[in-house]
Design a protein around this ligand. Structure first.
Ligand SMILES: [Zn+2]
Length: 417
């Protein structure tokens, strides 16, 4: 059996791993890197398994639209990926890059099998909940008398709306575990503490009548954040204030949360309309905002859209806050520039950032402790660390070296099992 790491080696982005036996060849994820031209991934797979609907795991799928592919993943992963691909086509066509059309995205959805079990020649594949985001799956493969587990992105701890993954249900002592390690070198305070920190930052800014920008991803993080603030205003944890989401994509994705209520915690399931908010309004444009306000906006890394516009508009006022909930920020992210250099580029001019920028890592990834706990539970013979920057992977490698043979591959490397 051959495992080839086609993307996501020593970096976050463009996840794709090929698993090949004598009888068949599959891809685990088929992602893209947002700051690069789409990678030219191979197309000759018998099946492509998509762990979840983040573009770094699914964003190259349009390249398969003429291949009659077999794509496997959960129903919400299919539906949200479809929205994301249509959005991608729209943006690219607006930029004059007419490589794909809406019918290409439709072909991907039509080719999708929303099953948790699939059999290929000489290979059995099983998908189980991964935590992380709605519908995210961990993939287990049995072939040639070997067991392989691929985490995709995963989370052990429960969040307000989603339960963490249960490692007890995964295969024991797999021959190979292919694991993400986004937070391989980082530990986080308990989630409760982070959420209290978040409420404090929001309350503090409300007291000085400032605006609060919360850049997030359209899928899952926007819905989770909107519900968090909505509930806090309903139960009095936060005072009432203008709260908006600005992302048409996030708004479209909301309906899949309602349709897939059973994916969430008992508490969410008990409510009839858990993602219809009482204190949070959806807006189409930033000029509809009545300040002062809390705004949840895309893009998550501030590269474009309402989050970049509001960041630029609000950066110079020290009453304002920007709350970053992602621990990872790409080097070219304007949010990273604003946080680390306290400057921003706006049409060639440099703005000095006076707004408070607070990073509160309400992430859906396992941190170092969870990764060690997970690996200790599974006891894999070999562990291949992907989806993490080199320092993160190395920090984890050192911590787990007593439990497993941990390896950090390079992009394009093939590992024979
Ligand atoms: Zn993800």
């Amino acid at each position: 059996m051959k495992i080839e790491v086609l993307g996501g080696a020593r970096e976050v982005g463009g996840s794709c791993i090929s698993v090949q036996t004598d009888d068949c060849k599959i891809a685990l994820d088929y992602g893209t890197k947002l700051d690069e031209e789409a990678p030219k991934l191979p197309r000759n797979f018998d099946a492509v398994i998509i762990s979840h609907a983040h573009l770094d795991h699914s964003g190259s799928l349009l390249n398969l639209s003429d291949n009659n592919p077999v794509i496997v993943g959960s129903k919400i992963t299919r539906d949200v990926t479809n929205e994301l691909l249509h959005d991608m086509i729209k943006i690219q066509n607006e930029e004059g890059n007419f490589q794909f059309y809406d019918e290409d995205a439709a072909k991907i959805s039509e080719a999708w099998l929303t099953r948790n079990n699939i059999a290929l020649p000489g290979m059995a594949i099983q998908l189980q909940s991964a935590g992380h985001v709605a519908g995210a799956k961990i993939t287990s493969i049995e072939a040639e008398n070997k067991k392989i587990v691929y985490t995709g992105d995963f989370c052990l701890h429960d969040t307000e709306i989603l339960e963490g993954c249960n490692p007890e249900t995964l295969p024991r002592e797999p021959d190979v575990l292919i694991s993400e390690c986004t937070y391989g070198g980082k530990t986080r305070p308990p989630r409760k503490q982070l959420i209290n920190h978040f409420y404090k930052q929001v309350s503090k800014t409300i007291e000085r009548k400032g605006n609060i920008l919360i850049p997030t991803f359209a899928f899952h993080r926007t819905q989770e954040m909107a519900r968090r603030i909505d509930q806090a205003m309903e139960n009095g944890t936060l005072p009432r204030y203008n709260v908006y989401t600005i992302s048409n994509l996030a708004h479209r994705i909301n309906r899949y949360f309602q349709e897939n209520k059973r994916l969430f915690t008992q508490e969410v399931q008990k409510q009839e309309h858990p993602f219809q908010y009482r204190h949070v309004k959806h807006l189409n444009r930033t000029r509809q905002i009545r300040e002062p306000a809390i705004v949840i906006a895309t893009s998550g890394f501030g590269h474009a859209g309402a989050s970049l516009r509001l960041l630029t508009q609000w950066a110079e006022d020290p009453r304002n806050s920007v709350i970053l909930t992602s621990g990872f920020l790409p080097d070219d992210s304007p949010l990273k520039q604003a946080k680390e250099n306290r400057t921003l580029k706006d049409n060639g001019e440099t703005i000095t950032v006076q707004a408070e920028i607070e990073q509160i890592e309400l992430s859906g990834h396992a941190d170092q402790n969870e990764l060690i706990q997970f690996i200790n539970n599974l006891k894999p013979k070999k562990t291949i660390l992907v989806h993490g920057e080199l320092e993160q992977a190395q920090a984890l490698q050192e911590k787990i070296s007593q439990i497993t043979d941990a390896y950090i591959p390079e992009k394009g490397e093939t590992i024979n099992i």
